[in-house]
Write a protein that binds this ligand. Structure first.
Ligand SMILES: C[S@@+](CC[C@H](N)C(=O)[O-])C[C@H]1O[C@@H](n2cnc3c(N)ncnc32)[C@H](O)[C@@H]1O
Length: 233
C-alpha cells in the first residue's frame, strides 16, 4: 500500500503537480484542460459521444449535471464543453486541489472554448454520499457516477499515467457503499454510471439500459423525478 506521505504536491511552472516518491516512473500529474490530447478526444469523440448520449443530451439543450465523482474533471469537461452546467463533487483533498488548480488556470486559457467550458464547471470538496439533497440547490437533471472499480486499482502498464496515480492515491479509500441509492434518491431524471465493459452492475442493480463506449460502458438508470424545482426539460 502506498502511504499518503509518499506523495507530494508542488507548484511547477505555474501549475500544481502531484508526484509519488516511491514510484518516480509515474512522473508528475497535473490537470490541464488545454492539453492537446483532450482537444484530440473532442475532435475524435467515440467515448465522449457515448457519454453525451448516456446523459440524454439533445441538440440545443443545456442539462444540469451533478458529477458526484469528479476525479480530474475530464468527463465533466466533455459535458460542460457540450453546453451542460456541471456541479462536481470530489472527496479526495489532493485530487480536489489538482482539479481546482486546473479550473483556475483554464479560466484564463487562450482558447475561448476552454474558457467557456470551465465557466460551466463548479467544484466542491465533499464526500457526495454525505451531501444532503437540499444543499444542492436545484435538482440536477442527471447524476453521473464514475467510481473507481477494483480492476482499475490493479497496476497495469496499459493504465494511463494519471489514472495510475489516481489508483495509488486512492488505494486506501474504498468507494462508499450505497452511492447508487444516494444518487437515485436525489430526484434527478436519470443516473448514469460508467463501468468497465465487462464489469458487473454497480451495487448489483440492473440499469434501464446500457450504452457501450470504447473501453467502458455507461449504465443508464431512468428515475421517476420527484419534487423537482429545476425548469429544464
Ligand atoms: C475514476 S475517478 C473519476 C474520474 C473522472 N470521471 C474523470 O473523468 O476524471 C473517481 C473519483 O471519484 C472520487 N470519489 C470516490 N468516492 C467519492 C465520494 N463518495 N464523493 C466524492 N468523490 C468520490 C475519487 O476520489 C476519485 O477522484
Amino acid at each position: 500500500m502506498t502511504l499518503a506521505a509518499d506523495f507530494q504536491l508542488e507548484r511547477q511552472e505555474g501549475q500544481l503537480a502531484l508526484s509519488c516518491r516511491s514510484d518516480p516512473s509515474l512522473g508528475t500529474v497535473s490537470v490541464d484542460f488545454d492539453d492537446k490530447s483532450l482537444a484530440w478526444r473532442q475532435r475524435h469523440p467515440a467515448q465522449p459521444e457515448a457519454l453525451l448520449k448516456a446523459v440524454g443530451l439533445r441538440t440545443g439543450q443545456a442539462l444540469r449535471i451533478l458529477d458526484a465523482t469528479a476525479g480530474f474533471g475530464l468527463d465533466a469537461f466533455i459535458l460542460a464543453n457540450a453546453g451542460c452546467e456541471v456541479q462536481m463533487l470530489e472527496r479526495n483533498a489532493w485530487v480536489h486541489a489538482l482539479l481546482a488548480d486546473g479550473l483556475q488556470r483554464a479560466a484564463g486559457s487562450d482558447d475561448e472554448r476552454v474558457r467557456k467550458a470551465v465557466s460551466r464547471m463548479h467544484l466542491l470538496h465533499a464526500d457526495s454520499t454525505l451531501v444532503e439533497r437540499e444543499s444542492l440547490g436545484e435538482v440536477p437533471d442527471v447524476v453521473y457516477l464514475d467510481p473507481m472499480f477494483p480492476e482499475r486499482r490493479r497496476k497495469s502498464a496499459k493504465v494511463k499515467k494519471h489514472m495510475a496515480m489516481l489508483q495509488l492515491l486512492l488505494e486506501a479509500e474504498p468507494d462508499a457503499p450505497g452511492m447508487l441509492a444516494w444518487a437515485m434518491g436525489l430526484g434527478a431524471k436519470r443516473v448514469v454510471v460508467k463501468r468497465p465493459r465487462i464489469a458487473g452492475f454497480l451495487d448489483a442493480c440492473k440499469p434501464s439500459y446500457q450504452l457501450p463506449g470504447s473501453s467502458s460502458r455507461f449504465d443508464v438508470y431512468l428515475c421517476q423525478p420527484s419534487n423537482r424545482t429545476s425548469t429544464s426539460s
